[in-house]
Design a protein around this ligand. Structure first.
Ligand SMILES: Nc1ncnc2c1ncn2[C@@H]1O[C@H](COP(=O)(O)OP(=O)(O)O)[C@@H](O)[C@H]1O
Ligand SMILES: Cc1ncc(COP(=O)(O)OP(=O)(O)O)c(N)n1
Length: 288
């Protein structure tokens, strides 16, 4: 354990907890996507609603196929949840196509989800799996840039996604800052450039930019190849904190501590990359 994570307040048994929504793809191997989001949401004590945008055929060694959900069904899930259950924050992950991205942007706009609206929106511009298998049609990158990222309270690309979206290859702190500026210029309120893929460093630093100030979130590098679902776990912890009304910098600090502990608790699974695990939270509760 590296530090004590300041936990989010838990709701007493029998009372309705804060609700959040993930709009993303499923992972049949249970490591990333909606499965990773739901695990972290549960461990953070919030109620998870889901809008499935795609179903992947996936295990620990890769993604062999995916099926896209019709855009109106994706939007329908979002509308059904928000108008009945109500949510405090939302997150997007794998959206696969231009049509789904446009449908999600439109329903979020209709329901007051997005930057400067009632409900904050985290956009994780998921483009490929860690094995390089595509999770987004290349033609949909433009819709991410021009339709969804401008609606984001916070956009959270990894370095491969930064390169696809901005053309900038991040190799150090200076290029990470330039990339954060480029992402902010696309219209996101905050840009978080995640540094997990800079494997040469002994630490892992994520850089947050709001148009005027850079904030750095650094953790020791965890030596593990079981890092599947790391981006989703970070994003869903941030969304849980945003739903509690935390500021974006405080929510990112919480998410960064959460994912670091989840990387330290990751485990072997299958023949490939095992998942990061927020189940450490159960042991912390046992110790309390
Ligand atoms: N080996 C590691 N040690 C510590 N933190 C890491 C490690 N790998 C990734 N992270 C952190 O996990 C989060 C997800 O990062 P990253 O791997 O860049 O994104 P993604 O999972 O979307 O590819 C970031 O906060 C990053 O700093
Ligand atoms: C359905 C689905 N969504 C997202 C991902 C990518 O997960 P992420 O945590 O961003 O990154 P890796 O674990 O692939 O490094 C996925 N694989 N599947």
């Amino acid at each position: 354990m590296f530090w004590d994570v300041t936990q989010l307040p838990l709701t007493p048994d029998g009372q309705t907890p804060i609700r959040v929504l993930t709009i993303a793809g499923t992972d049949s191997g249970g490591g990333a996507g909606i499965q990773a989001d739901s695990r972290t949401f549960a461990m953070c004590g919030v109620h998870a609603c889901v809008a499935v945008a795609a179903v992947t055929v996936q295990n620990t060694v890769g993604v062999s196929a995916f099926h896209e959900i019709p855009p109106e069904i994706v939007a329908g899930q979002v509308r059904a949840v928000v108008t009945d259950i109500g949510i405090g924050a939302a997150k997007t992950g794998m959206l696969a196509s231009t049509e789904i991205i446009e449908s999600v942007a439109s329903v979020c706009n209709e329901l007051g989800i997005g930057r400067d609206r009632r409900i904050p929106l985290l956009v994780d511009p998921v483009s490929a799996s860690m094995h390089g298998d595509p999770l987004l049609h290349e033609s949909a990158l433009d819709a991410l840039r021009t339709t969804l990222i401008p609606m984001a309270t916070i956009v959270t690309p990894n370095l491969d996604e930064v390169s696809l979206l901005t053309g900038i290859d991040v190799v150090d702190d200076a290029t990470a800052r330039t990339a954060a500026e480029a992402l902010h210029a696309m219209g996101a309120q905050y840009a978080l450039v995640k540094g997990g893929h800079l494997r040469t460093s002994t630490s892992s630093t994520d850089i947050l930019f709001d148009g005027s100030e850079f904030l750095e979130f650094t953790s020791p590098r965890i030596h593990t190849s079981n890092d599947h679902g790391g981006g989703d776990t970070l994003g869903s912890a941030i969304v849980s904190a945003l739903a509690h009304g935390w500021t974006v910098p405080d929510a990112v600090a919480f998410g960064k501590e959460w994912v670091t502990k989840s990387l330290a608790a990751s485990y072997d699974l299958g023949a490939g990359h095992g998942p990061v695990s927020p189940l450490w939270r159960l042991h912390d509760a046992e110790d309390a």
